[in-house]
Design a protein around this ligand. Structure first.
Ligand code: ADP
Ligand code: MG
Length: 374
């Protein structure tokens, strides 16, 4: 039963002697976050943005330069990783390869001088939690296991210790695509069962969305936004979040707004008054997601997109047409039977789903907010 709070955390790395840069690397740059008890959050962002640093600081494996970390109300900033009671699973499994699965789990009890009875009891509970087939893994030597099986043992090894907080750093990015999908479903099932506070790090936005109750988007040592998928998708804090979340991504088109008329390339669209009144006049950036376009028959009051290609996703029962409007790349969700030979299509945006950003910064000026589903 542990909530985790980071208050104003700053972590600088000093580059190694001889490194090209002379100033310290900002690993974490004023990070504030509160992760509720039992919640699974994902941390997502490009390589080098500070995700692993974030986990290490929560675990106590890296010191901080400023700020405080709390587990519940206890200040753990200067407490050792052992005393914090975290379980970590990394991309490289960090198991003892020549030992059997069971010994990998049992090692902890030897170190902690627990009785054989306590050990067997806890191992039984863990195997039960881990579910079908886990008993079989326990008897096998680790280097004979597949990547996905190793990660199951890795997770079990954390669970056996009854951690306060569970930290996972890109645990499945080494697996091939099919196994990755299966393993992430398995991990999610386990996390739901454990209800241990979990921080799950990944560079893959789809994985982040799948795993996290809430998602923290990081860039350059900062948390750009922390919220549910709906928050990030419908109310992105800025252009970075808006274009990171969503596949294919939101299209962003340079426009000019004057007297309620939006000038896009050589077309003009009338913006509904309730949207226009929230926006400044002049140069802006107009953000539209693939599903927020309608294909229309007439070029009047529509934008013309030159179609570069049509991609069909049979598994999703959908297709995407991509092309250009006014020099910006645009993706449009179209029906599966959309003609492959289409060279030009006419589009109208759904104004209730459109976003606007400043022309000269990434600031969001207007976002649609989540639709009401019920
Ligand atoms: P991520 O996990 O998101 O890829 P990291 O947290 O590993 O990012 O790294 C964040 C930044 O800190 C990067 O610029 C990285 O090069 C730098 N960094 C990480 N660890 C060290 C270290 N031990 N010494 C110096 N710089 C480091
Ligand atoms: Mg990393």
């Amino acid at each position: 039963m542990t909530s985790v709070t980071l208050e104003n955390i700053v972590k600088h790395y000093v580059p190694p002697i001889g490194a090209a840069e002379t100033h310290p690397v900002s690993g974490l740059d004023r990070v504030n976050i509160r992760i509720e008890d039992g919640e699974t959050i994902s941390v997502v962002g490009p390589s080098g943005c500070g995700k692993s640093t974030f986990l290490k600081v929560v675990a106590g494996l890296e010191s901080t330069d400023e700020g405080k970390i709390f587990y519940n109300k206890v200040d753990v900033t200067n407490i050792t990783p052992q005393a914090r009671g975290v379980g970590m699973v990394f991309q490289d499994y960090a198991l003892y390869p020549s030992k059997e699965g069971e010994d990998n789990l049992g090692y902890y009890f030897e170190v902690r001088k627990k009785t054989e009875e306590e050990k067997q009891q806890r191992l039984r509970e863990t195997a039960e939690l881990m579910g079908i087939g886990f008993d079989l893994l326990m008897g096998r030597q680790v280097d004979t296991l597949s990547g996905g099986e190793k990660q199951r043992v890795g997770i079990a090894r954390c669970i056996v210790r009854e951690p306060n907080v569970f930290l996972m750093d890109e645990p499945i990015s080494n697996l091939d695509a099919k196994l990755r999908e299966r393993t992430r479903t398995e991990i999610k099932r386990l996390l739901k069962k454990f209800s241990i506070t979990t921080i799950y790090v990944t560079h893959d936005q789809q994985e982040a969305i799948f795993m996290g109750d809430r998602i923290a988007v990081m860039r350059s040592g900062r948390i750009e936004q922390f919220g549910t998928f709906d928050d990030l998708y419908y109310s992105p804090a800025n252009l970075f979040v808006a274009t990171l979340i969503g596949t294919p991504p939101m299209s962003v088109i340079p426009v000019t707004l004057q007297n309620g008329i939006l000038q896009i390339a050589d077309a003009s669209l009338t913006v509904p008054a309730e949207v226009a009144e929230k926006l400044p006049e002049g140069a802006l950036r107009f953000g539209v997601r693939p599903e927020a376009w309608s294909v229309v028959n007439e070029p009047s009051s529509a934008l013309t997109m030159s179609v570069a290609r049509v991609e069909r996703l049979y598994t999703e029962r959908a297709a995407f047409a991509s092309g250009q409007i006014g020099g910006a790349s645009v993706n449009v969700l179209v029906p599966l039977d959309f003609p492959a030979e289409a060279k030009e299509i006419f589009l109208q945006p759904d104004w209730t789903q459109a976003s606007f950003f400043a022309a000269d910064s990434e600031t969001a000026l207007h976002t649609p907010g989540a639709p009401e589903l019920f």
